[in-house]
Design a protein around this ligand. Sequence first.
Ligand code: SF4
Length: 469
Amino acid sequence: MNVLLLSTYELGHQPFGLASPAAFLTDAGADVHCLDMAVDAFDETAIRAAELIAIYLPMHTATRLASMAMPRIRSINPSAHLCFYGLYAPLNAAYLRTELGGGTILGGEFEGGLVNLYNSLTTNGSGINVPQTDPIISLAKQDFRLPRRDGLAALSRYAYVDMGQNVHRVVGYTEASRGCKHLCRHCPVVPVYNGKFRIVPPGLVIDDIRQQVEGGAEHITFGDPDFFNGIGHAIPVVEALHEEFPELSYDATIKVEHLLKYAHHLETLVRTGCLFVTTAVEAVDDHVLSILDKGHSRDDFVEVIELARRANLTISPTFIPFLPWSSREGYLELLQLLVQQGMVDYVAPVQLTIRLLVPKGSKLLAVEDMQKHLGTFDAAALSYQWAHPDPAMDALHAQVSQAAEAGDAEGATRREIFVEIWRLAHAACGLNPPSLDLPVALDGSDHKPCLSEPWYCCAEPTAKQIAEF
Ligand code: SF4
């Protein structure tokens, strides 16, 4: 049976969410074809030939893009069984079934469910109406396989690490763990994994890294929701990585709380080739942080900046500045803190534009502070509507989003975009912006190593993304 695994967007990475199930399904006997719409041409032949089309939905942006693509896919192949899988599939199960024609919805540890679906279709006959037998969310421990990457575009066609001065590194991507043991209220991982995480065997992680190095990778992104959830797993993995590939660099996502708790391992990260750590700060207002149940405070973030600086570790903070509880003055305070702490060059401008999304199942729905701002659920937008009590905040959001997108399109530096956002934030508060005298970095460059595709899984697709799509 022909199985088409389809991805719309995986943050600029070669999609792990296709490579991993491709291995499981091939072992089960399927004839697997992978189509990554982020880089591949729209392959009508592959779509028409498939009896099972499985669409990977790891995040909001990917799901929005998939909903735009589905009418065309369905018109080419109206009879294939449609499966949606990945983190955002169970959160939007009703919409995916009724509006997009999904027959099977799989979240969490989805590979086993895909194999069961394939077996059911081959045994009982294929069709769009084969009933779902596997749970929508499975956290069953799986025997992970080495991801099959041979059906995917070369790594050089994906996002790269921008080292500055026109030096780029080819990026591979793997996952050493999945899920998360924390319960931050705004996080889409939580409704699916509910405080659980799953470890990928270290040998398999290194095997996957090895095959990507052979495919040209000079840098690996660990896509674990939090790389230090299993510190006893993460450290041996990076030690083994560095021993076998001493020239290979990597990046990972680690929460503020873990960077403090395991501060003694910041040196380990740097020594083993960690180029930067993404850390989800989200806010610098302690009241907001407590609503989100982030497990850290503003002062913790400041302490992490200092620890990272001492360890010579680059951190890349992420934020959600536009929430029902944020204010124009609070937004300005965030910018001022970034200036005071010398962090302007470390923050991707898009991070200063993110507006809270409240998906189905969000733990925020149970919070009184959230309920008073909530509107109805907008299935097509995959989020509950909410209105800011201060309409000027929504206006500011539109302005800074436009400034970040335009600056990005013009190739402006982070500093240049920040200066414009700084101006807009002051204007929103009725203030004249004081001139920004940002210090020259010690190494003479304001550029910090970063991925060419900034991390923003919870943003609306940009006009550029939609146009390219
Ligand atoms: S925000 Fe990060 S630490 Fe919190 S639950 Fe989500 S993945 Fe885990």
